[in-house]
Design a protein around this ligand. Structure first.
Ligand SMILES: NC(=O)C1=CN([C@@H]2O[C@H](COP(=O)(O)OP(=O)(O)OC[C@H]3O[C@@H](n4cnc5c(N)ncnc54)[C@H](OP(=O)(O)O)[C@@H]3O)[C@@H](O)[C@H]2O)C=CC1
Ligand SMILES: Cc1cn([C@H]2C[C@H](O)[C@@H](COP(=O)(O)OP(=O)(O)O[C@H]3O[C@@H](C)C(=O)[C@@H](O)[C@H]3O)O2)c(=O)[nH]c1=O
Ligand SMILES: [Mg+2]
Length: 292
């Protein structure tokens, strides 16, 4: 009997990151995922990232690992740039050499947040802080590597796992019934589960020939952090008063963009992936947290 090769569509997917929000959801959603934790590959060693791709029996690669501590990055920009810039660049070069599709996740924080219109993928970037600069360095390195790659910019990620705004709000409300929250920064909250699902659709489409590029993906509708907080408390049945404040009343080491609205139409056109309703995804996450 002749041996038929395994169709590439069923091939394992190598994922950088294991315990992060998106990496966790990728593991939950697909048994084809081979997740590499920090103990296996440290992204501060870009050559190790390249080696892992070279040695893997994979049909595609997703990078779900990153240095995500926005304020701490201001003091650790060299490390953030190694992890978010040099490591993804090395991954893309290794993917190019093996002709493996790569999906890499980036952020709304590559933009300066000016204006009120939704950012399109080709709009001029202008990060306001070290984290955004480091993520932009990763995007540029990937584009220069000439790989079959997609850069998926997303925003305001939440899930039942890891650190995020939803869990911060729930924690703070254990001891307080009134909060002040920034209302002059607007964006699309996005659940890690929705991002993982999008990444898996993208890798499979790319495995069978879909072109890569830079795409935006965020939950709808766009809201302020204060509106996001109100919905978190409304859905979780907690009586917490949220008062709007300007970002100038909430000083942080890193400046955040005021306008994080992203135009997600390219992703829908090319991959058939629509903006998910984040309120529905929030309900799922709150339900998961109740059980935990
Ligand atoms: N969180 C957010 O709000 C947003 C995130 N993004 C992007 O989405 C992607 C996924 O983010 P998210 O799931 O939230 O990330 P998390 O902060 O939840 O997790 C980050 C992951 O990266 C790993 N990691 C960090 N440094 C290293 C390192 N030196 N070597 C190996 N692994 C490392 C962490 O490992 P460990 O557990 O060992 O620390 C962890 O698994 C990232 O590219 C991020 O930039 C984009 C927009 C918003
Ligand atoms: C806890 C808290 C935060 N805030 C404000 C500060 C800030 O403007 C906003 C969100 O704060 P956080 O620190 O949770 O958010 P931050 O860590 O900046 O979240 C970002 O993470 C990186 C990784 C990304 O890529 C971005 O898309 C974005 O999700 O809420 C308040 O106004 N009141 C509060 O009580
Ligand atoms: Mg944070």
């Amino acid at each position: 009997m002749t041996q038929t090769p395994t169709p590439a569509i069923d091939a394992p997917i190598l994922v950088f990151g294991r315990t992060g929000q998106v990496a966790t959801e990728l593991r939950l959603q697909s048994d084809r995922v081979i997740a590499l934790g920090r103990d296996e590959v440290d992204l501060s060693d870009p050559a190790a990232c390249a080696r892992a791709i070279k040695e893997a029996d994979a049909g595609a690669v997703i990078n779900a690992a990153a240095y995500t501590a926005v304020d701490r990055a201001e003091e650790e920009e060299a490390l953030a740039t190694l992890v978010n810039g040099a490591a993804p660049t090395a991954m893309a070069e290794a993917c190019a050499a093996r002709e493996l599709p790569l999906v890499h996740i980036s952020t709304d924080y590559v933009f300066d947040g000016q204006g009120t219109s939704a950012w399109k993928p080709n709009d001029l970037t202008g990060p306001l802080g070290a984290y955004g600069r480091s993520k932009l360095a990763g995007e540029q390195g990937i584009r220069n590597a000439g790989a079959h790659a997609s850069i998926l910019r997303t925003s305001w990620v939440f899930s039942a796992h890891g650190n995020n705004f939803v869990k911060t709000m729930l924690r703070v409300s254990e001891t307080r019934n009134a909060l002040t929250v920034v209302a002059d920064q607007v964006g699309g909250p996005t659940s890690a589960a929705d991002i993982a699902a999008a990444c898996l659709v993208m890798t499979d489409a790319m495995i069978v020939g879909q072109a890569g590029g830079t795409f935006h993906f965020a939950g709808e509708p766009d809201v302020s952090w204060a509106e996001f907080a109100r919905e978190i408390f409304a859905q979780s049945g907690r009586e917490v008063t949220v008062t709007d404040i300007p970002a100038s009343d909430y000083p942080t080491p890193a400046k955040r963009p005021s306008n994080s609205r992203m135009d997600c139409t390219d992703l829908e056109r090319e991959f058939g992936i629509a903006r998910p309703n984040w309120r529905a995804s929030l309900a799922v996450v709150l339900n998961d947290l109740k059980g935990s």
